[in-house]
Design a protein. Structure first.
Length: 614
């Protein structure tokens, strides 16, 4: 414990002076906080700063209606309340112990005495706090990976032990030291976890499938609970699940639902029923004997997930094919994917496990072979120029070809979202559940060109009107690394006339081109103008969001207009080339983040010393 105290004090005071640590050791006060206890309340006076030695706490901001809003977790090795402490401002949040925790408290009196005795460290403290303030002001939520994971089998238990061992082995492969604890005496669990945390390790606890003291203790000590279920079992909570999660607590550990499918399953079914029956932070699908699925689950529950954001851009979206193909060939596996407009379409294909040449065939059939996707014009365009039936049919056909039947968003193999704009309320909408085909239609319904889509009795239009590159939405999915593909990062182009030519002049110009004379494009057509106008508002925002991604890929797409669907190969190649060039520029640290987990080896050869059992 002394080593972690010295480390925390060293970070806080920006010094490694052993004399200072020895002097502080006499004045610091240890605080043991049981699970569910409040450390301090929002609005309290700030007279102390805390250092977390063991355990985990959660910060909550209470709204005017007393509804708690989680702000984030505070884990071992972190400092708590230092910014308010130095500014003497009231506490901005209520902090509650998520599980039994040990902290060290330093009073304002002790802190001020240290500055008087060691004035040389005042500047270092100010620099440290300024750096913390900059990090706190970052719009990206702080990711605090769980240190104690509990697996609770809620249906068939046949895979629980094997899954736990695979999870432990994979975390070790990512340099996350992890112990697997099975069937210990419940009264010994707290001390065992204390030793593990002091040794800077993490732990996986495996509940026994009953509401035993051991299972209850596993849940009580968890930072996150993985509900492991057979996807073909009943989706409704059984007596064991109800008993384990019926405690009346202000804060609960996050819960992730892991649905296991047979190896030959073509598509998840009725995930909606599972999600409606319980509150979970997220759900993940995993096929048995599918290493890629297992790696995705491991990365996400270990705080190492990779998210991919695909922007809108009409026919330029064909570049997403090359991007996805090169990422896949480079060993970069995507754990969460989302997009806007045409980006939502290609993201859905990836989420449905359509990759490589299968994706090229599907995209060609949808956007090239079948003709202009928005070419079914209305004779009487009261709402839109196009009827939208051609787009609707191609989306429904693509889903049926990939999954065998219509599905909901929550039935995708990879976690997926898309963006639409609620025309009725003028707000951005993140679609994470509901009909996949209808959600995609809403995301790409160009105002005026395609009819709006009705969702929950509201009209919805192309998400590009408000957020064409939803990096900010991806930040809320708990991924560690975000890759963004921006199709509209280009310089402005000018025209060579003072007034827009008349319709007659434009027709004459096109006719000259048809008869072999030099044909230079004077003006974009009405559909292209409407499509580009859709994203004008969000382009400025898109520049900021581009900078918030860890890696941004910007294909060179000059010469490919927003409705140039026949330039399939050119756009595909441009996406692939831009991805190769961007990956070549990455340093080793970023490469390691993008390839966070290599294929998982056979766990039968694992050493038994890493598993503690009764």
């Amino acid at each position: 414990m002394q080593s972690i105290i010295a480390e925390l004090l060293g970070k806080f005071f920006a010094t490694d002076d052993p004399a200072l640590f020895a002097r502080l050791g006499r004045d610091l006060i240890a605080v043991d906080l049981p699970a569910g206890a409040v450390l301090f309340h929002q609005g309290d006076a700030t007279d102390e700063v805390y250092f977390v030695i063991q355990g985990r706490l959660r910060a909550l901001a209470f709204k005017e209606d007393a509804t708690p809003q989680p702000l984030g977790d505070i884990a071992r090795g972190e400092t708590l309340g230092e910014l308010a402490f130095l500014s003497a401002a009231p506490r901005s949040a209520t902090v509650i112990a998520l599980r039994d925790s040990t902290l060290i408290r330093m009073s304002r009196t002790v802190f001020e005495q240290v500055l008087r005795d060691h004035p040389q460290i005042a500047l270092s403290v100010m620099r440290t706090m300024a750096d913390r303030q900059r990090r706190a002001a970052s719009p990206r939520p702080r990711l605090v990976p769980p240190q104690i994971l509990t697996i609770v089998p809620i249906s068939d238990q046949r895979d629980a032990a094997g899954f736990a061992e695979q999870l432990r082995h994979a975390r070790e492969a990512m340099n996350i030291p992890t112990m697997l604890l099975i069937g210990l005496d419940a009264t010994d669990l707290g001390s065992a976890l204390a030793r593990i945390e002091q040794d800077r390790q993490t732990a996986i606890l495996l509940a026994d499938g009953t509401a035993s003291r051991w299972s209850c203790a596993c849940v009580a000590h968890a930072d996150e609970v993985l509900l492991l279920a057979d996807a073909m079992a009943s989706p409704f909570p059984g007596t064991v699940e109800q008993a384990l999660f019926s405690q009346d607590r202000v804060v609960h550990p996050d819960r992730t639902l892991v649905l296991q499918h047979e190896a030959d399953a073509r598509s998840p079914l009725d995930t909606t029923a599972w999600l409606d029956a319980r509150q979970v932070k997220r759900h993940l699908h995993m096929r048995r004997d599918h290493p890629r699925d297992l790696r995705r689950v491991v990365r996400l529950v270990s705080g190492r997930g990779v998210g991919l954001v695909l922007s809108g851009g009409g026919a330029r979206g064909l570049a997403h094919i090359g991007v996805l193909d090169v990422l896949d060939q480079s060993g970069i596996e995507i754990d969460v994917i989302g997009g806007t407009s045409i980006g939502a379409v290609f993201a859905s294909w990836h989420a449905m496990d359509v990759r490589g040449e299968a994706l090229r065939r599907a995209a060609r059939a949808a956007f090239v072979t079948g003709g202009n996707p928005i070419g079914d014009y209305n004779l009487l365009p009261l709402v839109s120029l196009a009827r939208g039936m051609r787009v609707r049919r191609l989306i429904e056909r693509a889903i049926d070809d990939a999954m065998g039947h219509p599905i909901a968003i929550e039935d995708c193999w990879t976690s997926y979202f898309c963006i639409a704009a609620n025309y009725s309320t003028a707000t951005e909408v993140v679609l994470r559940r509901g009909s996949l085909s209808k959600s995609m239609l809403a995301s790409l319904s160009i105002p005026g060109a395609l009819p709006p889509v009705v969702l929950d009795r509201h009209l919805h239009i192309d998400g590009g009107t408000l957020n064409n590159l939803p990096v900010d939405v991806m930040e809320g999915f708990g991924v560690a690394t975000i890759v963004a593909v921006d199709l509209l990062a280009e310089t402005a182009r000018t025209v060579e006339f003072d007034w827009v030519p008349s319709s007659a002049a434009l027709v004459r110009h096109r006719l000259r081109g048809l008869f072999g004379r030099r044909r230079r494009r004077l003006m974009p057509g009405i559909m292209e103008i409407m499509l580009k106008a859709t994203v004008l508002h969000s382009i400025d925002r898109q520049r900021d969001l581009r900078g918030r991604a860890d890696v941004t890929i910007t294909p060179t797409l000059q010469g490919i207009r927003l409705l140039d669907w026949k330039k399939f190969e050119l756009a595909d190649a441009a996406g692939a080339q831009a991805t190769r060039e961007q990956l070549a520029l990455l340093d080793e640290a970023m490469r390691a983040r993008l390839c966070a987990l290599q294929p998982i080896a056979d766990t039968a050869r694992l050493p038994a010393t890493a598993v503690a059992t009764a």
